[in-house]
Write a protein that binds this ligand. Structure first.
Ligand code: NOJ
Ligand code: CA
Length: 591
């Protein structure tokens, strides 16, 4: 293997500061937040579906891992047409997941361990089983009940064409027509808007009653003691006046890795181009809602926070969601969609820090969640653009598992070395890949059905976690049942096979999180290592007393003899007594 010339300690310690240390402040500014997807985390009662008692039972796993907070995807009462992102009652727990008492017990258990709890709020749409939508169906056009949603007459003389040409993010039209009734007007039954599934009607955020209701929901959970909210589709609640036609297709993830910046007027900032610039997204009116919510949270003691799920680019548009009187954090999907390329990684890190610093918000980092192919699989694909970001089918080219895990571990160590707040998705600490060959019969994601299978959907990243390798269901619950089948490799990757095992992915995460805390990396400044700042292969920066070196190239990178290795994502190589960082490996050094 070729090697690059020997780096010296002086090389590693000369740097250019691009992000100044944050004054210590609220807990969320540098928190590592672990996403629990309740139905797939741990099953307490043996029905094959994860639940809140399952979460409570595993709090020690999270504490030992070393995270600061837990964000739980929805557990509210729901017909589960979109895995709980279709809420029928915002103030109750679905029996599938337990009861309000189970929630309180989970929250108390987390707080006893000094773990914060963030819950998911889904304000853009409710379930069609929500009492409001049922009332709207029973009420007449133009009634107050219909005004809570986006009902419109159809186009054409008979009203039988949809009110506009918008497409649902899950595929198919974004409008559904009601069944005919005797009191329909001359244009026949009305249509309702659903940016997602037909079972997820969009709420009308121009209606003060809707605003008041959702603020009351915030208070309900704040009164119970939650530390924050992750806000679903935070860029979608306000639609452009007149609901104009738009020929684009709204996407949760566009995945155009090298595409042009979405808004040509903005400078190229390393964004992927998944800008979602249609009339249903990123309208100025959403910001007023967040200013109001900011005020609600500020009435409560402790530092409660709002996290925006907004697929908005470029980053300068995203930064508007985290201005000082709005939300506190926004997911950095530009980082998540960045390709495994040193120059592009540096650009996205640089621009993310600069853009968020300008509004005084922490930068966040994320590599996986319940909507995208896990990074251990994504980085094993020859190409990570296109729809493969959402899911992989058995008929698609399959990821190279070894390469994927190697790069995923390197990417994780790069990410955990960055200042700001980082999000982890359950199971990534075990190096889990997606299930990339799920049979059609077990798939549940509505996007699979609404595209007639053209999109495999997101089930592959939602497979139940393996806790005990080789046990029935790999220890997911007491009966071995799992709502989706686990791939064979999950036995070897189970938590119990990694605890205490040197070099395991779990131990790498634990060590990195411990160091991150001890070195106060989350609130540190960041300087690019000058000697490597233009390298086509290496990303390297100084943060606190640590130098992070990620080798994304082919050639091994030699290290100075004096450098102390604190943690590495893979084994270093040694030849002629000189240590080197091989391809697709990250190390944290003390220089
Ligand atoms: C974003 C959520 O993360 C996703 O899982 C869901 O399907 C949509 N929003 C609709 O609520
Ligand atoms: Ca269960």
């Amino acid at each position: 293997m070729t090697r690059t010339p020997l780096l010296t300690i002086d090389d590693l310690t000369a740097g250019t500061l691009v992000h100044t240390p944050a004054a210590s402040g609220e807990w969320w500014r540098d928190a590592v937040i672990y996403q629990v997807y309740p139905r797939s985390f741990a099953d307490g009662n043996g029905d094959g579906i994860g639940d809140l008692p399952g979460v409570t039972a595993k709090l020690d796993h999270l504490k030992q891992l070393g995270v600061d907070a837990v964000w739980l995807s929805p557990f509210y009462r729901s017909p589960q047409k979109d895995a709980g992102y279709d809420v029928a009652d915002y103030r109750d727990i679905d029996p599938l997941f337990g009861t309000l008492a189970d929630f309180d017990e989970m929250l108390a258990g987390a707080h006893e361990r000094d773990l914060k709890i963030i819950v998911d709020l889904v304000p853009n749409h409710s379930s069609d089983q929500h009492v409001w939508f049922q009332e709207a169906l029973a009420a007449a056009p133009g009634s107050a009940a219909r005004e809570r949603y986006m009902f419109r007459d159809g186009r054409g003389p008979a009203g039988d064409e949809p009110p506009n040409n918008w497409q649902s993010i899950f595929g198919g039209p974004a409008w559904t027509r009601l069944t005919p009734r005797s009191d329909d007007g001359p244009l026949g039954p009305q249509w309702y808007l659903h940016l997602f599934d037909t079972s997820q009607p969009d709420l009308n955020w121009e209606n003060p009653e809707v605003r008041a209701e959702l603020e009351d929901v915030l208070r309900f959970w704040l009164d119970r003691g939650v530390d924050g909210f992750r806000v679903d589709v935070a860029h979608g609640m306000i639609k452009a006046p007149g609901l104009p036609d738009w020929d684009g297709r709204a996407a949760m993830v566009e995945g155009t890795v090298d595409g042009p910046a979405a808004n040509a007027a903005e400078p190229d900032d390393g964004s992927t181009g998944a800008g979602n610039q249609g009339p249903m997204f990123d309208q100025d009116g959403v910001h007023e809602i967040y200013r109001s919510w900011h005020g609600v949270l500020a009435e409560y003691p402790g530092d409660r926070c709002l996290v925006a799920e907004a697929w908005v680019e470029p980053l300068s548009r995203l930064a508007r969601y985290v201005r000082p009187d709005e939300m506190h954090q926004a997911f950095n999907f530009s980082f998540l969609t960045a390709p495994w390329d040193a120059a592009k990684m540096r650009t996205v890190v640089d621009v993310s820090l600069g853009t968020m610093d300008a509004v005084g918000a922490p930068t966040t980092w994320v590599l996986s969640n319940h909507d995208v192919v896990r990074h251990a699989s994504r980085f094993g694909l020859a190409e990570i653009g296109g729809r493969q970001l959402n899911g992989i089918a058995a008929t698609d080219p399959q990821p190279d598992a070894e390469l994927g895990l190697r790069r995923a571990r390197a990417a994780t160590l790069l990410m955990l070395g960055l200042p700001g707040s980082a999000y982890l998705y359950q199971g990534e600490e075990l190096g889990l890949p997606d299930h990339t060959a799920l049979p059609a019969e077990v798939r549940q994601d509505p996007s699979f059905f609404r595209t007639d299978g053209a999109e495999p959907g997101r089930d592959g990243c939602r497979v139940p976690l393996p806790w005990v390798g080789g046990a029935p269901g790999n220890g997911f619950g007491p009966t071995g049942k799992t709502w989706l089948p686990q791939p064979g490799v999950y036995a070897d990757l189970a938590a119990d096979r990694q605890y205490g095992v040197a070099g395991s992915t779990y131990e790498m995460y634990r060590t990195a999180l411990e160091l991150r805390r001890a070195e106060k990396i989350g609130t540190a400044g960041l300087a690019w290592v000058d000697a490597l700042a233009a390298s086509p292969d290496v990303v390297s920066f100084q943060v606190s007393g640590v130098v992070v070196v990620s080798n994304l190239g082919e050639a091994a990178l030699t290290l100075p003899a004096e450098a102390e290795v604190l943690v590495a994502s893979g084994d270093l190589t040694t030849s002629d007594g000189v240590r080197a960082v091989p391809s697709d490996t990250t190390v944290w050094l003390r220089a």
